[in-house]
Design a protein around this ligand. Structure first.
Ligand SMILES: [Ca+2]
Ligand SMILES: [Ca+2]
Ligand SMILES: [Ca+2]
Length: 147
């Protein structure tokens, strides 16, 4: 699988970086063991045409999650339950294809990280998803267009 969209972060909090890499067919996580001397592969069977990946706490629960821009379908994220389990979720953070780049940052300085997705191709209207931290669920709103 090509390493077109790879990221490093300590997703399980054991002080050793873990890796996520996305390619044209799916997403794989390589999770470091407790001594940082070996990795376990966690590959998901779902088809994902990955254009960009981010490690970010999507649901504001204190556990780092993963987000993937999907080229040909709704975006995907993986929710971390804090016990070394990742759950595949599709939708809720961009419902259409054409997702090419993403950045997560608190653009409006309210303490909750927000998401911007740059889009082109089949649905070239960029997305700004404002995180409503009080409800612990991101809500999205279309703001910009690259047409
Ligand atoms: Ca780790
Ligand atoms: Ca989380
Ligand atoms: Ca914010």
């Amino acid at each position: 699988m090509p390493l077109g969209a790879s990221r490093l972060a300590d997703i399980d909090g054991n002080s050793y970086n873990d890796m996520m890499y996305g390619g044209g067919q799916g997403v794989t996580f390589m999770v470091a063991n407790s001594t940082g001397t070996a990795y376990s592969e966690v590959s998901f069977p779902q088809y994902i045409f990955s254009q960009r990946t981010n490690f970010v706490d999507v649901n504001n629960d204190g556990h780092l999650d993963a987000f993937v821009c999907h080229d040909v379908d709704a975006n995907v994220h993986f929710i971390n339950d804090g016990s070394n389990n990742l759950t595949f979720v599709q939708g809720g953070l961009g419902e259409t294809c054409g997702n090419y780049g993403s950045i997560w940052t608190d653009y409006n300085n309210d303490g909750a990280v927000d998401c911007f997705v740059a889009k082109c191709g089949c649905d070239p209207v960029d997305l700004l998803m404002r995180n409503k931290a009080t409800t612990r669920s991101p809500a999205w709103r279309r703001r910009w267009s690259c047409r």
